[in-house]
Write a protein that binds this ligand. Sequence first.
Ligand code: CTP
Ligand code: MG
Length: 403
Amino acid sequence: MKSNISSSFPPTAVIIPAAGTGSRMGGDRPKQFLDLCGRPLLVRTCRQFLTLEAITSIVIVAHPDHELETKEMLFTHLPQHIHHKLLFAQGGARRQDSVHAGLHLLPAAIEIVLVHDAARPFVDEDTIARTMDGARTHGAVIAAVPVKDTLKKVIADTCIITTTVDRSDLWQAQTPQAADKQLLLSAFANASATDFQGTDEASLLEHLGVEVQVVLGNEENVKITHPGDLQLAEKLLAHEKIMKIGHGYDAHRLVKDRKLILGGVEIPYHLGLDGHSDADVVCHALTDAVLGAMGAGDIGRHFPDSDAQYKNISSIFLLEQVIEKAQQAGLQLANADITIVCQQPKLAGYLNDMQQNLAGGCAVSPQAVNIKATTTEKMGFTGRGEGISAHAVVLMGSTYNGY
Ligand code: CTP
Ligand code: MG
């Protein structure tokens, strides 16, 4: 079917209603912002529409309270070369109102319109292509799957079965729902004029008397609705998971008149580590390990010590910057293991605070960061108390392969 969607296909837009509050999912923020294995749900949904050239506009309908956040998220996570395709509308109280708002923004050249729930990130390209092709040849279609299970009608309060329903002509509606633009505009105008309410575009088209056909959707094209759906989503994404390992090492000399800062904790000692920044070897080793996992060189490349702005800067801040870059590249810390090599002072009493600081800097729980300290039995430069060094190993997890 994909082959039918050539470059000569009529200009097509997709409207993605993403203005719901996700009340059944619960949580602080609507479900479209939920992290799904390293990538926000709405970003995943939008990405499914990026490779089809005929889709020239992607209209995102956001809740007015989250419009800015939605824009920022998509501009950050979607490749720059498609930013010009993105249009933003403000949603309304019902899904129908949100889609209606999106319709008003469609560029004049658009001939075919797809509507796809933000909450269905697993739509596949073949299903999208089938709905596009169906809209062109038939006028209006929706993705749907035949009902598989035996259906029972029950008495609501007792749950006693009254009938077994014949399922042979029953289909479960999904999105995309696709139609000729003029047909869809008429259906929405008619729904407004007759005060008709429908939970999908097909209902509005049916209400206008338009014949709407089903085309085959995909069993995996589920709508993320309840918390349990997130576990299902993780399972569906398991095959995408990639892991990256990184190693970092740093050593600094102990000198007079400097503070001793390790893992963001100031430790009382008559000597401190010498360096351009705060010389926090623990942070530096960890930051280098993260950069290593990203394949992005080392700390010196990103924060050169020739640059005055990094003089005496807190190394936790540098760590945070690098972690943010990693997150933008789709990588997040799975765990870190750090060894500090230090003869004096004794560090055992400070390790918990370091763990908290580093976990905070990496935006992970403290359990993901292990820190230990060792002496070298007075051998070598650390053993003689000339300096302190640190080693870090990290595992970074990602659920996709980047752009
Ligand atoms: N939607 C919308 N505007 C609304 C209501 C829903 O744009 N006023 C969008 C949702 O963001 C979602 C899609 O329509 O992408 C399908 O709706 P649903 O799964 O019901 O999402 P919510 O309405 O957010 O969830 P709930 O019904 O649990 O509150
Ligand atoms: Mg809803």
